[in-house]
Write a new protein. Sequence first.
Length: 242
Amino acid sequence: MKIGIIGGTGLYDAGLFQDAEEQRVLTKYGEVKLMAGYAEGNQVVFLNRHGAGHKLPPHLINYRANIAALKETRVDMIIATAAVGSLREDIAPGQLVILDQFIDFTSGRKHTFFNGGADAVVHVDMTQPYCQEVRGTLIEAAHSENLPLVEKGTYICTQGPRFETPAEVAMFARLGGDVVGMTNVPEVVLAREAEICYGAVAVVTNSAAGISDTELTHQEVLDTMAANQAKLKRLLAKSTQM
Ligand code: HPA
């Protein structure tokens, strides 16, 4: 089994490698840096979504190159992590949400491999946007590690890089969103187009703007991620062993 891990904000190494080495993969969409190694007998490839030193904002991430690189390294599945704000009073910071749906509010991103012409025209099915197999593994791993878990959730993807207004947050909650973030689309869509089984665990780092009455900062997101990093690493370690 070869497992791809895409680390989001606050997860810049998987923390589970025995012997990691850097790999550079040149794709049609650009070059991608990966760390490749072994964890408990499985091959693991780690990709840092925001690049070295968190230099890439959500709207400038080369999602196509990232997924193409993981496809080229022939991963059997992808587990992605994502920092999110909660849209619900009953989903608190520190909880892990295994995403099962998304609603896309991004714009202007390079969001497909299929642009017609020399590429095919393909309309992928999104009835179950996240791979059920990876979701099952993440849920089982979280239970066996006794981690605070919400088994499903709808992810609202905003364009960013700004945070939301309270009016937007109220709208997103009414639309059925559970959590909000800036990166899962088009990543999950491109993985489906590339026919890679993709699942994502969202780490709730804050209540979305207007739900808590304090102002939201990126530092708050980083601090909560740091405080919950051990949980996430335990989840990834367990998931890659299953
Ligand atoms: N909004 C959007 N993206 C985020 C948030 C948020 O509140 N928290 C972490 N990523």
